[in-house]
Design a protein around this ligand. Structure first.
Ligand code: PRP
Length: 211
């Protein structure tokens, strides 16, 4: 047996992801009391977990530092990494949407200013509509942009809708539904296929039983 390295996204999604792995028979008690440690091992199951920034999971997997990873579909659409997408975990559900002030109307004939953390998704979406845009790339608190007149609209994740509501903004267009995915490094999936396939199967059973 080989060690299977698994990159988990730090935060709420990562906690849900670890819970699914634990229930699939791949627990690692140390991870539940982490302190500042970043790597956790279960020698019996030969799995090694590590926490990374959610937007970095795909990089670890693409470059082979992790064999498997759990990542939001938003990150896969934004960075288009060369990885295998093995399974839709059907959790961490939200949507990518265009939002703006409640009374927003598209200024036809003018370039649309769009603030976002997701420039690639934004570019692809508006290219599909042949709409001329100016992307303003921000790193957080995107909702401020239309309020302060920095942009006409935003392209961002909407989960509960609370952030938009509390800032008097509304969804104007839905781009794509998002959920967490199990991804694999292309090379590892060839030579560690038995172990990685077993992890995929146990997770799939859980996805089906949650349905
Ligand atoms: C995300 C997203 C929205 C918010 C949506 O931000 O960018 O701001 O969550 O969630 P809601 O619909 O449940 O309110 P995040 O918490 O990642 O922080 P950020 O502003 O730093 O990007």
């Amino acid at each position: 047996m080989d060690w299977i390295n698994i990159a988990l996204p730090k935060g709420r999604l990562g906690e849900k992801a670890y819970a699914m792995l634990k229930n699939s028979g791949y627990p690692c008690p140390a991870i539940e009391d982490p302190g500042r440690k970043l790597i956790f091992e279960n020698p019996e199951k030969m799995v090694r977990y590590f926490w990374v920034k959610p937007s970095d999971v795909a990089i670890y997997v693409e470059r082979g530092a992790a064999d498997l990873g759990i990542v939001g579909k938003d990150i896969l659409l934004e960075y288009e990494p060369e990885v295998y997408e093995l399974l839709d975990l059907k959790m961490g559900k939200c949507r990518m949407a265009v939002a703006g002030k409640k009374d927003f109307r598209d200024p036809v004939g003018k370039t649309l200013k769009v603030a976002t953390k997701f420039p690639n998704i934004t570019r692809n979406y508006y290219a599909g509509k042949c709409r001329d845009i100016d992307i303003i790339h921000l790193n957080g608190s995107i909702e401020l942009a239309p309020i302060l007149g920095l942009s006409h609209v935003i392209v961002d994740i909407v989960e509960t809708g609370t952030t938009l509501r509390e800032n008097n903004l509304a969804v104007h267009e839905e781009i794509v539904p998002i959920s967490a995915r199990l991804i694999a490094n292309v090379a590892s999936y060839q030579f560690k296929d038995a172990q990685m396939g077993a992890i995929r199967e146990s997770l799939q059973k859980q996805v089906e039983s949650n349905d």
